[in-house]
Unconditional design. Structure first.
Length: 79
């Protein structure tokens, strides 16, 4: 989803109080100075799940693999 306007949409929803994007948001970077509007804890959970399934954000594992590792993260997902 790199450079696909996801940060812009997340920011709009967050600022209009439509969706709480979290309390510990990623700060801006040179390529996205206004911020990503992603919660750090949620981002790290997503990375952990992808890694456990043998993938990464730019090498997404098959859905079946993600479902296989999901029970390991059930408590964190619910939290």
């Amino acid at each position: 989803m790199h450079r696909s306007s996801t940060s812009m949409v997340a920011r709009a929803l967050h600022e209009k109080k439509e969706v709480c994007m979290g309390n510990n948001l990623l700060l801006g970077l040179p390529d996205n100075p206004k911020g990503h509007y992603e919660d750090k804890e949620f981002l790290h959970l997503n990375i952990d799940i992808l890694n456990a399934a043998g993938g990464s954000w730019d090498n997404v594992p098959p859905h079946k693999k993600i479902l296989e590792v999901a029970p390991k993260f059930e408590n964190k997902i619910k939290k």
